[in-house]
Design a protein around this ligand. Structure first.
Ligand SMILES: Nc1ncnc2c1ncn2[C@@H]1O[C@H](COP(=O)(O)OP(=O)(O)OP(=O)(O)O)[C@@H](O)[C@H]1O
Ligand SMILES: [Mg+2]
Length: 361
């Protein structure tokens, strides 16, 4: 271990955490590298609802100090032993745009062109956001006049979101070396297909995020403003349950066995609305790229819903699988069934921890 890493308490090859502050809960995953594998050391989740006068599973909008206090509770309860963290940025607080810009042979000149041009595509003042960009590999940028244009993914994040996260990190006594838009964390932990285009549906509490990923690159992203809390609300109002009761019934039965004390149509109604909108995004991608998506990956807490994969499969007529992010980590065999079941909720946190491990090398 070097003097510098000692000084900063950063152990090379030590433990790292990924922290995902979702709208309904915070998730943390701690990993350690052992040989070529990422060993799962601990994980945990804490609902934000009760800290905001809302029920478990409902979306919240808490200030930094409350989030930090909740995160500290989570770190303690989950026996997290490191400060080395990577944090996620909500997709809803970021902007992603694919643009075509003039191509330059000289890499430095290319960078300058992109830096100057990229900002024109962001529909908010540049002073309010942090900008970043990636050149899309040529194999994916088909249809682009190769000699003249280069395809660039422009990414912008609101400054106030970064300020909030930095406050949370500081108040919780952690150190975060990066903030990553949750899409990229999810892709790292749930998408394995090297070539085929895949559609990821991250069904959170307040929103469902749709990403079409091709060769590891985001070809399309879309935010649907409905998620798990809408499912719970609909069950509650259709059948006169309290929210907390509807939430636990939903988790127990999902699309359900015939024992559910609510009509399957109730839950189908919400998911069909979400899927209708996802299908429009999918069609947009397929038409523009002249390619078909052959796999759908369900992730996020809503992705855990019982029998949702079967429903999704019949809705889209595309092969559907439920994400298994912990599959990328090494854990005792007896834990596998439970890790597989809860995995989708932790996809972002696992992806962040994997990146943090790569970074430490
Ligand atoms: N077993 C389950 N069956 C059905 N729904 C579930 C289950 N477990 C969790 N959920 C739902 O998943 C949602 C929470 O998912 P998740 O933790 O991914 O959201 P989030 O990250 O907090 O929200 P967002 O990504 O929208 O900011 C809640 O609405 C919850 O009711
Ligand atoms: Mg989420």
């Amino acid at each position: 271990m070097s003097f510098w890493s000692d000084l900063f308490g950063i152990k090379k090859g030590g433990s790292v955490i990924g922290v995902d502050i979702g709208s309904s809960s915070i998730k943390v995953v701690q990993l350690r590298r052992q040989g070529g594998t990422a060993v799962l050391e601990t994980y945990g989740e804490i609902a934000l609802g009760p800290y905001a006068g809302a029920e478990v599973g409902q979306a919240t909008n808490l200030p930094a100090d409350k989030i930090a206090a909740t995160l500290k509770d989570l770190l303690r309860e989950s026996n997290v032993t490191t400060k080395n963290a990577g944090f996620s940025i909500p997709f809803s607080r970021s902007l992603l745009t694919l643009v075509e810009l003039p191509r330059r042979a000289d890499p430095e000149e290319q960078k300058t062109v992109i830096s100057l041009e990229a900002r024109k595509y962001i529909p908010v003042p540049v002073s309010e956001v942090q900008l970043d960009w990636f050149i899309v590999p040529e194999a994916i940028a088909e249809g682009v006049e190769h000699s003249q244009k280069v395809k660039v993914l422009v990414v912008a994040v609101h400054n106030d979101q970064l300020t909030l996260l930095q406050k949370v990190v500081g108040e919780a006594g952690l150190e975060s070396s990066f903030y990553e838009i949750e899409i990229f964390s999810t892709i790292r932990s749930v998408v394995d297909e090297p070539i085929k285009p895949v559609m990821v549906l991250d069904i959170g509490a307040s929103a469902t995020k749709v990403y079409v990923v091709e060769r590891g690159v985001v070809a399309l992203s879309h935010n649907i403003r409905q998620g798990g809390q809408d499912v719970t609300r609909t069950i509650a109002s259709a059948h006169g349950f309290e929210m907390a009761q509807a939430e636990s019934l939903k988790k127990e039965h999902g699309f359900g066995n015939n024992k559910a004390p609510y009509d399957r149509k109730t839950i189908e109604l919400v998911f069909s609305r979400i899927f209708d909108e996802a299908r429009r995004a999918l069609t947009k991608y397929e038409t523009a790229h002249q390619k078909s998506v052959t796999t759908i990956v369900l992730t996020g807490g809503g992705g855990v819903t019982k029998e949702l994969a079967e429903y999704a499969q019949s809705f889209f007529s595309i092969e559907v699988r439920v994400a298994d992010p912990f599959g990328k980590t090494s854990a005792p065999a007896f834990m596998r069934p439970v890790l597989q079941e809860i995995g989708p909720e932790f996809a972002v946190a696992v992806g962040l921890a994997l990146r943090k491990l790569e970074e430490l090398g």
